[in-house]
Design a binder for this molecule. Structure first.
Ligand code: MG
Length: 322
């Protein structure tokens, strides 16, 4: 099989990947691959196989059939690392955000908004202050193979921020119809959130886009000595890009601010001004991507049956372990 190679769609895209870069299939074994994260201490990639209810693993010694990292995991979806190297993951089955400690034990960090359960947390990022930001669309309670049947107890789909130090939970965005992937710009002054409502219940919205918000912090909520800086909050939400091949399920940002996103059966890269720079047609539907590898410049792609790797000339933003 010919290995897919990037198509440069704007001259600036030529700098993003080495000449003659190709997309390498690392291994297969999933039905619907999602939630990739690079584990720097192990030089390994793990990712969710949501319908398989398990997590697969790739390292330089594995493939082409990828081994099971963990199974019976209650339908994990998106994941990331916190600053201590612990895996923070979304669980459709537990309707929760959970953390795997360095000793391998996993426990729920938060699963309720007030007295209501979350829908099915989908994707997650950790900010530089350690707060966990995540999206909560309904796919894990509405799509039969992605979790357990259920209903939306708080009646909507929000983006939340959870501080694991204080247990403070707040809604940061309520205007995304079905929020999915999310990521910060390198300076954390922007938050990108995908709206994949075109994947949802017929009759809902038909969005296939990424929204962007200003992240505002340190706003004084009044006058006098008791007025403390508030935030962070997100404001001024607007459309960043509409994607053309499918859904922008999940994405990551590089240190120069480009957004590397799934787009149907492709990975598409957008500049901070929304210009499309580069596209790689993978050949099967892509859910999500992450940066990793020894120098943070390998782009790992979770796409339906398989995990792929693309060498790049950029470095992923927020890779604190580099
Ligand atoms: Mg997702």
């Amino acid at each position: 099989m010919t290995q897919p190679s990037p198509t440069i769609t704007d001259p600036r895209g030529a700098d993003l990947v080495p000449a003659h870069a190709t997309l390498e299939r690392l291994g297969s074994g999933s039905t619907w691959a999602e939630g990739p994260v690079w584990l720097p201490d192990e030089q390994a990639l793990i990712f969710s196989d949501i319908p398989g209810n398990r997590i697969l693993r790739w390292d330089a010694t594995t493939g082409p059939e990828l081994p099971v990292h963990r199974d019976q995991v209650e339908f994990t979806n998106g994941r990331t690392l916190d600053h201590q190297g612990r895996v923070i993951a979304c669980s459709h089955g537990r309707r929760a955000i959970e953390r795997t400690e360095l000793d391998g034990t996993t426990h729920v960090l938060v699963d309720r908004f007030g007295d209501k359960r979350f829908n099915s947390p989908n994707d997650v990022v950790v900010a530089s202050d350690g707060a966990i930001w995540f999206t909560d669309p309904p796919y894990g309670i509405t799509v039969a193979v992605e979790g357990h049947e259920g209903f939306r107890e708080y009646g909507d789909n929000f983006v939340f921020r959870f501080d694991p130090e204080t247990n403070d939970l707040r809604v940061v965005a309520s205007d995304v119809e079905e929020p999915n992937g999310l990521a910060f710009s390198p300076d954390e002054k922007l938050l990108y959130v995908a709206d994949t409502s075109a994947a949802g219940t017929p009759g809902n919205g038909e969005h296939r886009l990424i929204r962007v918000y200003d992240v505002l912090t340190g706003i004084k909520g009044g006058r006098g000595p008791d007025a403390v800086p508030s935030g962070p909050v997100v404001k001024n939400g607007r459309v960043f890009v509409e994607v053309d091949r499918g859904l922008a399920d999940g994405f990551r940002v590089d240190t120069t601010g480009n957004v590397w996103t799934s787009n149907g059966d492709a990975v598409t890269v957008f500049a901070p001004d929304g210009t499309e720079l580069l596209e790689v047609v993978v050949g099967e539907v892509v859910a999500n991507v992450c940066f990793g590898g020894p120098d943070g410049s390998d782009l790992f792609v979770a796409a339906s049956s398989s995990a792929y790797r693309l060498r790049t000339n950029v470095v992923g933003a927020g890779l604190w372990w580099l």
